[in-house]
Design a protein around this ligand. Structure first.
Ligand code: NAP
Ligand code: GLV
Length: 312
């Protein structure tokens, strides 16, 4: 019988790449690509990105849901998500490395004033601008989980003053730890370059807002590589236009793809990238999925599960 099949469901990821890796790693695993998944009774595993609301309830024998990303907001925002089924997210060195590259790149871009030099180049203007010493630049990372803590480690050799804000207190060499809502304000007040790497949950939605920006020192920069739902876009534009914020890098947006009509595209102080700060590489992550399926088939618990009570 075919029970034990893996359903692949994503409108943005290439199913042929994933199926090729699964064929190589576990030839006995039947992979069905949505919407050709009938009979639904056969489907034990679902590897998904933004499934239609309620879709996962249609599979009575589901044993595990795998998110195609590190974030699971695309699943848990659906009130019909089957909460009795374990949810696994992507935790993989390749994805972590990619995000740290992006964070280091963007922090350096702003610290070394690259957006201004690019504008001068367009004007053929030879203009010297000094950058502060890295030891005088205070970088603050919201979210010190898998991605935030690695980004902090990778930033450390540059000599920045590093801090992180998380739900629980952390002990990371060279990183001042701030925890909980009570310590958000002092964290923001000491932060020149704010990096958001939080999961999107009801508690963190809209956290990059007018009040948050007002706590940052004048001339601060905001880098959002987490989720568009963290940022109140018009509050950011207002803070940039007033001159309080000096710049921003945005990889994620309330609406993706970012509509042509968005003022963010042409804003002179904003760097836009198309939600690729880091990505799930099927070469590596297919191995994690197969290892977890084999664990489940041996009666063991899968790794990298999400705590559904916390939402991340
Ligand atoms: P993670 O390991 O779960 O870490 C999340 C961190 O956020 C933890 O340190 C957690 O604190 C903290 N946190 C959660 N809720 C909080 C709250 N209410 N107040 C303060 N801190 C809070 O997640 P991750 O793997 O680092 O990934 C983070 C996010 O990055 C993902 O959820 C996803 O949205 C985003 N992402 C974006 C891209 C992209 O290409 N743009 C790629 C991958 C991931 P504790 O440690 O104390 O629990
Ligand atoms: C990408 O956004 C992810 O959550 O991995």
């Amino acid at each position: 019988m075919a029970q034990g099949a893996l359903m692949f469901l994503s409108l943005v990821d290439r199913d042929d790449m994933w199926t090729a890796h699964f064929r190589r790693l576990k030839p006995s695993l039947e992979v069905r690509v949505f919407p050709k998944v009938e009979p639904v009774e056969d489907v034990s595993y679902a590897l998904v990105w933004k499934p239609p609301a309620g879709e996962l309830l249609r599979y009575p024998h589901l044993r595990c849901v795998f998110s195609l990303g590190a974030g699971v907001d695309h699943l848990l925002s659906d009130p019909a998500f089957p909460k009795h089924v374990p949810l696994v997210r992507v935790v993989d060195p390749s994805l972590t490395r990619g995000m740290s590259e992006y964070v280091v790149l963007q922090v350096l871009m702003h610290h070394r004033r690259q957006p201004e030099f690019l504008q001068f180049q367009r004007l053929k203007k030879w203009q010297l601008l000094m950058s502060p010493d890295a030891g005088d630049v205070r970088v603050g990372i919201m979210g010190l989980g898998v991605l935030g803590s690695d980004a902090a480690e990778k930033l450390r050799p540059f000599g920045y003053q590093l801090a992180g804000w998380s739900h629980t207190r952390k002990s990371i060499a060279g990183v001042e730890s701030f925890a909980g809502m009570d310590e958000l304000k002092p964290f923001l007040q000491r932060t020149d370059i704010l990096v958001c790497l939080l999961p999107l949950t009801p508690e963190t939605r809209g956290i990059l807002n007018r009040e948050t920006f007002a706590q940052l020192p004048a001339g601060a920069v905001v880098i959002n590589a987490a989720r568009g739902g963290h940022l109140v876009e018009h509050d950011l534009i207002a803070a940039l236009d007033s001159g309080h914020l000096k710049g921003a890098t945005l990889d994620v947006f309330q609406t993706e793809p970012l509509p042509e009509s968005s003022p963010l595209w042409a804003h002179p102080k904003v760097i836009v990238t198309p939600h690729l700060a880091s990505f799930t590489d099927p070469r590596f992550v297919s191995e994690n999925v197969v290892a977890n399926i084999e664990r489940i088939e041996r009666g063991e618990a899968p790794h990298d599960t999400v705590d559904l009570s916390r939402g991340y």
